[in-house]
Design a protein around this ligand. Structure first.
Ligand SMILES: NC(=O)c1ccc[n+]([C@@H]2O[C@H](COP(=O)([O-])OP(=O)(O)OC[C@H]3O[C@@H](n4cnc5c(N)ncnc54)[C@H](O)[C@@H]3O)[C@@H](O)[C@H]2O)c1
Length: 289
């Protein structure tokens, strides 16, 4: 059976495939795989510990749990290495690469390394993203706008362009891009630059999904509300900001990284082969203002 692969932006990307002989349900074509235990109701504890430090590791470990090999890429090399070591410890294979997703050359090289290492890439998870800094609309200068788009939009664009020819040749691939609830709210008062960039991610994902819909490739974006990662550290340091976030979340809590990781796994699996193009909201029931 062909190996499965995922390219993951933890920050940057990951590539995965199952160890040989593993019958992963994300494999192309064979719907009998559904008869196997998909593991979706299995509770695991590996990412419930020290989760704020290990949130990126969490997504990779969820794929490793399912027998996938992983390429971990991040501009923070130490972080990519930590994630790869955790995957290796679970018995899957992982490659750690330092990649700046704002560089097309680095992203191209990443995808090439991933294919060379594991033979093929089935999944791409583009997660690198940030608001760079908070700014009121009239204070957003060209540099902030360009940096925000370079990271959130160009990074996603480069990775999709790099991997798509390979996925099309295989007639199989799933791309998951991280957007944000911000694209629905517009980010008034602090982050219109970021909201606009995530809006571009949602739209680009939809376009790619529809352009390649008959060629075995699916693309979906995820639009989370507040998730407990270092991204939210600034907010969590201020009780007023925490209250402001939670006022807008009916469940009255931040989301956890594994609540995104399990969704990414589901999207990549054959459990949802008719699902493509849309953005999926993960927000505790609200966050629309
Ligand atoms: N945490 C949230 O509340 C939240 C909500 C909505 C959307 N998101 C989105 O989810 C994604 C993941 O966010 P997170 O919460 O894990 O954020 P995070 O800040 O914890 O992680 C971002 C990662 O991106 C990496 N990175 C930054 N610049 C990079 C570059 N140029 N090249 C490669 N890697 C780079 C960082 O090293 C870091 O590992 C982002 O796209 C973010 O916009 C997060």
């Amino acid at each position: 059976m062909a190996k499965l692969s995922l390219t993951f932006h933890a920050g940057g990307p990951i590539v995965t495939g199952p160890p040989s002989g593993h019958n992963w349900r994300g494999s192309k074509g064979d719907y009998n795989d559904h008869a196997e235990d998909p593991g979706l109701f299995r509770r695991q504890d590996h990412c419930h510990h020290r989760r704020r430090k290990r949130h990126r590791t969490c997504h990779a470990l969820i794929f490793a749990r399912e027998g996938a090999n992983v390429v971990c890429a991040d501009i923070n090399e130490a972080s990519a290495r930590r994630t790869a070591a955790a995957v290796n410890a679970k018995g899957s294979q992982a490659l750690a690469l330092k990649v700046d997703v704002t560089s097309r050359a680095e992203v191209d090289a990443l995808i090439a390394r991933a294919i060379a290492a594991f033979g093929s890439v089935q999944f791409l998870f583009n997660s690198a993203g940030a608001a760079i800094r908070r700014a009121k609309f009239l204070d957003i200068d060209d540099a902030l706008m360009q940096k925000t788009f370079a990271l959130n939009v160009n990074g996603t664009f480069y990775a999709m362009q790099a991997v798509l020819p390979h996925m099309l040749a295989n007639r199989h691939g799933v791309i998951v891009n991280m957007a944000s609830m911000a694209h629905r709210r517009g980010g008034p008062g602090s982050s219109i630059h970021y909201a606009a960039a995530k809006g571009a991610v949602v739209t680009m994902t939809m376009g790619v999904a529809r352009e390649f819909a008959t060629q075995g490739v699916r693309a979906i974006s995820i639009s989370p509300g507040p998730i407990r990662t270092p991204f939210q550290d600034a907010a969590q340091s201020s009780p007023e900001l925490v209250k402001q976030f939670l006022d807008d979340v009916p469940m009255k809590r931040f989301g956890e990284p594994e609540e995104i990781g399990e969704l990414v796994l589901f999207i990549c699996s054959d459990a949802c082969p008719f699902m493509t193009a849309d953005t999926i909201y993960v927000n505790g029931g609200g966050g629309w203002r």
